[in-house]
Design a protein around this ligand. Structure first.
Ligand code: C2E
Ligand code: MG
Ligand code: MG
Ligand code: MG
Length: 276
């Protein structure tokens, strides 16, 4: 009996593996033509500043509307784009879209609005990365202080020294660096000390726990204090409930980003939201 069950389990597992593998292959195949087919779009999620009660920034989030697969989550395709290095042209495309979009909003009177773009390890480790960023900023005549690059701790674990050098160069140019998903991985407080980080984004898992347990609340409150005392701007990610908002306000979190305020939106909808 046990043997039989074991065998069934094995078959099931095998089938799941198969399915995951073939899905991955399909994504990989379709990704290669997706750019030429104009299947990508950049959405923007507003970041709401609690003090000024205004939208002060936008996070660029990539969307893929595949003609064959429909909407594919970035959680599924970013990894494939990284493994195939397609993330290099794709990431550059996102940067150009985001810079052009925020520049257009500046010209419509929203000076100072920032745009944050997620950057993969593959991109940052590519030689000439800093030059590329500088070229993009110049070609859009964008104030460098209005561009923020979001990196995660995985980038740091892999090649600290190289990343450290590149980030310092970018920071000197006025570009902002955000540490994304803070607290989610193997966060090292050492990174906070050594890196030129302007913004700390508290991972959604902590924000979730604010409405669940005292430990979550305590950690969240202390991350805010720690980041702020190091001169960083603190953003709470994935704020969904009023209760979380009230807690974050009470402990002087700077900005919130989440469905409570707004989902990521197509550029046209963001314009409607911002330009009255
Ligand atoms: P991330 O950078 O941490 O982005 C935040 C994610 O949380 C986004 O998912 C956003 O839609 C989602 N989110 C925001 N507020 C809420 C909320 O209140 N509740 C819930 N449940 N979710 C919320 P999305 O757009 O699916 O992106 C997932 C991840 O994919 C991003 O996480 C980022 O790591 C990656 N990604 C997205 N676009 C790009 C890109 O252009 N380049 C790179 N390298 N990665 C990207
Ligand atoms: Mg991000
Ligand atoms: Mg995040
Ligand atoms: Mg995340």
């Amino acid at each position: 009996k046990a043997k039989e069950q074991g065998k069934n389990r094995y078959v099931l597992y095998d089938r799941d593996m198969d399915k995951a593998f073939s899905e991955r292959m399909t994504i990989e195949k379709l990704l290669h033509t997706a750019m030429d087919n104009n299947e990508f779009e950049v959405y923007y999620q507003p970041q709401f500043d609690l003090q000024s009660q205004k939208i002060t920034g936008l996070e660029a989030l990539l969307r893929w509307k595949s003609s064959e697969l429909g909407n594919v989550s970035p959680i599924k395709f970013i990894k494939v784009a990284e493994d195939t290095h397609l993330i290099i042209p794709l990431g550059e495309w996102v940067l150009n879209q985001a810079c052009a979009f925020v520049k257009e909003l500046h010209e419509k009177g929203l000076q100072g609005l920032t745009v944050s773009v997620n950057i993969s390890t593959i991109q940052i480790l590519q030689s000439g990365f800093t030059r590329k960023i500088i070229d993009i900023i110049n070609s859009h005549k964008l104030n460098p202080e209005c561009l923020e690059l979001e990196i995660t701790e995985t980038i740091l674990i892999e090649s600290f020294t190289t990343v450290f050098r590149k980030l310092n160069k970018l920071k000197k140019m006025g570009i902002r660096i955000a540490l994304d998903d803070f607290g989610k991985g193997y966060s090292s407080l050492n990174y906070l000390k050594q890196l030129p980080i302007s913004t700390l984004k508290i991972d959604k898992s902590f924000i979730d726990s604010v409405s669940i347990d005292e430990e979550g609340r305590t950690i969240t409150r202390h991350i805010i204090t720690l980041g702020k005392s190091l001169g960083m701007t603190i953003i709470a990610e994935g704020v969904e409930f009023n209760e979380q908002l009230e807690y974050l306000k009470k402990y002087h979190c700077d900005r919130i980003q989440g469905y409570l305020f707004s989902k990521p939106l197509p550029g046209e909808d963001v314009k409607k939201l911002l330009i009255v």
